[in-house]
Design a protein around this ligand. Sequence first.
Ligand code: SF4
Ligand code: SF4
Length: 235
Amino acid sequence: MGICDGCHAGCCRTFAVPVTGADIIRICRATGLSFWDFVCRWADSDGHIAKDIAPHFHFPDDPQTPFVIALAHTASEVFPRTTKCRFLLECLPDPTHPLGQGRCQVYAHRPAACRAFPTKFDETGELALLQPVPEHARDANEPVYRLCPRPWEPADLDPVETPQSLAVLRYEMAFFGKVADLWNRSPLPWSAFPEFLEFVYSRRILPTASDEAEPSEAFILPLPRPGGTFRAKAA
Ligand code: SF4
Ligand code: SF4
């Protein structure tokens, strides 16, 4: 039995999960939900959510505050005064599971940060390293915020999938960092963010050199790149 089997999913209740543009687009496609159904911006002045991994975005209505783009939380329907990831399905408590059980409703499409938990790359950048999970990382008076029932062990994770999940997380967060650099040069209102993401991510594939005829309405998407810019055709 896996460590998460039968768990109340304290992790999905405790953490603000940073997402990338790729996570957002994949979940929208898979679920039919819109950006506004599950994405929020979390103020992160102390950097506790970004953890030097997720980028900070700025917005004109609060220009001094750095925000992390993350999964929205909703109120728990089972445990009053607590919140949870809006994708967490809560099963009612029973004698065997006094805090109930949690199920991710988008498990196959969950964000890269969820897939990689609780690992990071070791110093070689090639192997996954388990990180210790504390007993609590949010209000310790609420039992439902309790985290994992025991320390993780290497056997709890798939040795093929886990490093691959970390590689995707590293790549997509690095790309999202460049997207943040572009956004923060001239931030638009939060309401414009989904359209901006669509604009950027629909232009991540460049044509082959032979196909690269000069488009009549060419523009340069100025993502920082070594030796050049990100060039794409206008839609
Ligand atoms: S997306 Fe799924 S795994 Fe990730 S925090 Fe939400 S419920 Fe948990
Ligand atoms: S709290 Fe720990 S054991 Fe429970 S679902 Fe989350 S990662 Fe798995």
